[in-house]
Ligand binder design. Structure first.
Ligand SMILES: [Zn+2]
Length: 109
């Protein structure tokens, strides 16, 4: 169901992640660079100090990227995600409304 982003979309998704470190990210859900729908999301799960698992994905065209990277300063992930079945893109996508709120709060702080 989920597909790794094509080359140009991948670059745009990486750019979105970089913008989060400058707190210049867009309002989420943001416009997907591939399909043009307002359905792009970003999330960083903090796995250990300063290291995180990052996802950028689109819930319309189902493209995504996922990698380990630095956690943006003062980012706080959601502490109450149900990780019983692991941290998956399906889970993040189910929780995307809460995630977007958390990200927007971070960008506005
Ligand atoms: Zn898309």
């Amino acid at each position: 169901m989920w597909e790794w982003a094509d080359d140009s979309t991948e670059q745009e998704f990486f750019a979105v992640n970089r913008s989060m470190h400058d707190r210049k990210g867009p309002e989420f859900p943001a416009v997907c660079p591939s399909c043009g729908q307002q359905s792009m999301h970003w999330y960083c799960y903090i796995s250990r100090p300063q290291k995180g698992s990052v996802w950028v994905w689109c819930h319309s065209c189902h493209q995504y990227v996922h990698f380990t990277g630095l956690v943006p300063e003062q980012w706080e992930d959601l502490k109450d995600l149900d990780l019983t079945n692991g941290l998956t893109l399906d889970l993040l996508n189910q929780e995307r409304d809460r995630i977007d709120k958390q990200v927007d709060k971070f960008l506005q702080s």
